[in-house]
Ligand binder design. Structure first.
Ligand code: MN
Length: 313
C-alpha cells in the first residue's frame, strides 16, 4: 500500500524546526558489589539497562579509607573487547598492566586502558598515599573495528573543562560544549564529570546520542525527575539540550553515545559477542597463555570463574 504520508510518518514542520520527542527519564538504583577491598555501587549494567551508547559498565568506588600498603587491591585480571576509564574524585591509586605501564592516578586525571584482543592489569596502593579514595570506573565496549586489535594504555594528566556560573564540566572522553578530550575513542561517545553548585545548567546535546546521568554525590533533577547519589538516570535519545537542576551541591557523570549497533555479551571481565569468544578468553587466562601477558604486581592473580554455560560446572 502506498500514500498518503501521515503526520505519524513525518510531522509537517520544517527541517530543523521539528522538535525532538523528549523521552522520559528512567531512574535505576545501583547494586552493591565488592571489588578487591572496596565496596562499590554498580550503576551499570542493571537489569533493563545494559548500556548507554558504548558505555557498558559504571562502578562508583568508595569513599573508603586506604593506606600506603592497602588500596583498591584488585590483583592482576584480564580484559577483552573494552576500554577501562578510571577517574578519581579523591585519593590516589596505582595502575599496572601487562604492557608494562605503571601509573599513579590522581583526581582530575584520566587512565584509559584499551583491552582489544587482551590485556591484564592490577589496581593497587601507591606506597605513599593514605586517606580517602573515591572515584569511578567505567567500561566502554569496543566496536568490531578495534576489539580484536592491540591493547593500549593512555594517561591524561590534563583534560579540558567548560565552566558555567554554577558548574565545572570536565570532558573525560569525546566532545562536550565545544571542548574535546584528547583521549582515544573508537565510537561516537562522550563522558563528562560535572561539579555542580546549586542552580541550573542547560548543556548542548546531540540528538543522535542516548544519554544518562550517574550521580556520585548529592541529587540532581532532569525534567523534574530526581536522580540521587548511586542512581543512574537514563535520558534516552533525541535531545538537543540537557537541562540539569539541583537545589544544592552535587557531583555527577554525564555519559552518552550512539547506541550500540550489535548486542554485546558480557561475562566477568570480558566483553564479547559470542560464548565461544568468552570460552577462549577464559581458557587463555586460566592457562596463563601469552594472550594476556603478565603484570608486575605483588598482588595475587585473580582466577576467572568458569562461564555459567560451561557444561562441567
Ligand atoms: Mn579491570
Amino acid at each position: 500500500m502506498s500514500g498518503p504520508v501521515t503526520y505519524d510518518d513525518t510531522p509537517p514542520t520544517e527541517e530543523g524546526a521539528r522538535p525532538h520527542p523528549v523521552p522520559e527519564v528512567e531512574v535505576t538504583a545501583a547494586r552493591e558489589a565488592t571489588v578487591g577491598a572496596l565496596t562499590v555501587r554498580r550503576a551499570l549494567p542493571r537489569r533493563g539497562r545494559r548500556a548507554v551508547g558504548a558505555w557498558c559498565f559504571a562502578d562508583l568506588m568508595g569513599p573508603a579509607a586506604v593506606t600506603e600498603d592497602a588500596g583498591i587491591d584488585v590483583g592482576p585480571h584480564p580484559h577483552i573487547g573494552l576500554q577501562t576509564v578510571t577517574w578519581l574524585i579523591s585519593g590516589e591509586s596505582l595502575h599496572r598492566d601487562s604492557l608494562g605501564s605503571e601509573q599513579v592516578i590522581r583526581p582530575g586525571q584520566l587512565n584509559l586502558m584499551t583491552a582489544g584482543n587482551g590485556v591484564a592489569h592490577s589496581e593497587e596502593a601507591t606506597g605513599r598515599y593514605r586517606g580517602d579514595l573515591h572515584g569511578v570506573q567505567l567500561w566502554i565496549a569496543q566496536p568490531e573495528s578495534s576489539r580484536h586489535g592491540a591493547p593500549a594504555f593512555e594517561h591524561h594528566a590534563e583534560l579540558p573543562s567548560v565552566e558555567s556560573p554554577a558548574a565545572v564540566a570536565t570532558v573525560l572522553v569525546g566532545e562536550f560544549a565545544g571542548a574535546a578530550s584528547p583521549a582515544r575513542h573508537d565510537t561516537a561517545l562522550v563522558g563528562v564529570d560535572l561539579v555542580l553548585r546549586q542552580g541550573t545548567d542547560e548543556w548542548p546535546a546531540s540528538p543522535d546520542f542516548e544519554y544518562a546521568v550517574v550521580v556520585v554525590d548529592g541529587t540532581v533533577s532532569v525534567d523534574g525527575t530526581a536522580i540521587d547519589a548511586g542512581q543512574l538516570g537514563y535520558l534516552g535519545r533525541g535531545r538537543d539540550t540537557i537541562r540539569i537542576d539541583r537545589t544544592g551541591s552535587a557531583r555527577a557523570l554525564l555519559i552518552g553515545g550512539t547506541p550500540l549497533e550489535e548486542p554485546i555479551l558480557m561475562w566477568w571481565n570480558f566483553v564479547a559477542r559470542t560464548r565461544d569468544e568468552i570460552d577462549d578468553a577464559y581458557a587463555a587466562w586460566q592457562s596463563r597463555s601469552d594472550r594476556f601477558g603478565t603484570v608486575a604486581s605483588p598482588l595475587e592473580r585473580i582466577p576467572a570463574p568458569a562461564p555459567m554455560w560451561a557444561p562441567s560446572r
